[in-house]
Design a protein around this ligand. Structure first.
Ligand SMILES: [Zn+2]
Length: 70
């Protein structure tokens, strides 16, 4: 079985672990409906639309409906 011949130094270990902070979301595209920045291949958080259709009802609209019923 292949095994590491020597123990890695703490600096080499920490250098390897420090690479994870570079994973950031940089790709934000404007929504086709409202123009707000959203992640690609995700439902728009502002208007709830995806691929030109409203897939998810807005949370604001639901809260307003609840107020009207009370
Ligand atoms: Zn939108």
């Amino acid at each position: 079985m292949p095994n590491p011949k020597r123990k890695h130094t703490p600096s080499r270990r920490d250098s390897r672990r420090s690479q994870n902070w570079k994973l950031e979301v940089k790709s934000l595209s404007p929504c086709g409906q409202c123009g707000a920045l959203r992640l690609p291949h995700r439902v728009c958080p502002a208007c709830g639309s995806y691929n030109g259709k409203i897939e998810v009802a807005q949370k604001v609209a639901k809260s307003e409906e609840g107020k009207d019923q009370k």
